[in-house]
Design a protein around this ligand. Structure first.
Ligand code: BEZ
Ligand code: FE
Length: 298
């Protein structure tokens, strides 16, 4: 009998169901980038554990491969279906939470989303960013502060939201005016900002691809709770990528990308002060949100 068929001879390194992940991970070279080696070892361990728990058939495994293939094929310069997958699985919010642990009282981050556009028009405080005239006029104003309550002058607020039909301008080129409901504002010497907009409404994330189909197959809706987006930046402070949510949205407790944090739910009050209305070119009554952003030092 030849040596390689001798069952008494220990054969190391061969793949078996019981030691599958360890065998795969043992192939990682000692010269590999240590972070890559760590990440791949953990992912392999969890992947093998999931497969052992699920015990997929070949057909089921191929369906998973097809899903990932279609997700990749859906990606273009304008559409990132993998980020959408990360969003609806809560992975985007988890990575963000791990990377932005802020002290109590500081404005928390939430999801950036795919509809941010750099270099929006820079407006004077009080300007109206709603260019299509649709929706409920709303005055948003407040201050940018540090964690001790001191105002931050010269902070930049980069703002974007959907129109009253639930679409961002970039989703409706030629239908909405360019830069509709987008704008850059700078806080004054007392840290104040103000702008006119319209009350945001809920809207579905792009659901015409494999991620939308997955949501449907799981009996999940694709809707985001109504929100305004902000990126607040100031020299010497940690940039905040965040939202303000409306308190009365039907999806507040079931945002499809898990972006809602209780600290980000604002009050939208109905106001009738004629002096304020005149100053911001509003008719009474109008909606108002008073909202401060609190930044942490770098
Ligand atoms: C958004 O808020 O714009 C958004 C976030 C995640 C996925 C799709 C849209
Ligand atoms: Fe959004």
């Amino acid at each position: 009998m030849t040596a390689h068929l001798d069952t008494d001879i220990a054969i190391g390194g061969l793949f078996e169901e019981e030691n599958s992940a360890e065998i795969v991970n043992a192939r990682i070279s000692a010269d590999a980038n240590p972070r890559l080696a760590e990440v791949m070892a953990v992912l392999t361990r969890h992947l093998h554990a999931a497969i052992k728990e699920i015990e997929p058939t070949h057909e089921e495994w191929f369906k998973a491969i097809e899903f990932l293939t279609q997700t990749g094929q859906m990606c273009t310069d304008w559409r990132q279906e993998y980020i959408l997958l990360s969003d609806v699985l809560g992975a985007t919010m988890l990575v963000d939470a791990i990377n932005h642990r802020r002290p109590k009282g500081a404005t928390p981050n939430t999801i950036l989303g795919p509809f941010y556009v750099a270099n929006a028009p820079h407006y004077e405080n009080g300007a109206n960013i709603c260019l299509d005239g649709k929706g409920e006029p709303t005055l948003v104003s407040g201050r940018v502060l540090d964690t001790t309550g001191r105002p931050i002058a010269g902070a930049t607020l980069d703002i974007w939201q959907t129109n009253d039909d639930g679409f961002y301008d970039v989703q409706q080129k030629g239908v909405q005016p360019d830069y509709n409901l987008r704008g850059l504002f700078t806080t004054d010497a007392d840290g104040y900002y103000a702008f006119r907009t319209v009350k945001p409404r809920h809207y579905p994330i792009p659901a015409d691809g494999p991620v939308g189909k997955l949501l449907g197959d799981l009996g999940r809706h694709p809707n985001r709770a109504a929100h305004l987006h902000f990126i607040v930046t100031a020299n010497g402070y940690d940039q905040v990528i965040t939202h303000i949510f409306t308190p009365d949205c039907q999806y507040l407790h079931e945002d499809t990308v898990f972006g809602v944090k209780k600290e980000l739910i604002a009050e939208f009050t109905t106001e009738s002060d004629p002096a304020v209305a005149e100053r911001y070119d509003l008719s009474v009554p109008f909606l108002a949100v008073n909202w401060d952003f609190v930044l942490t030092p770098l």
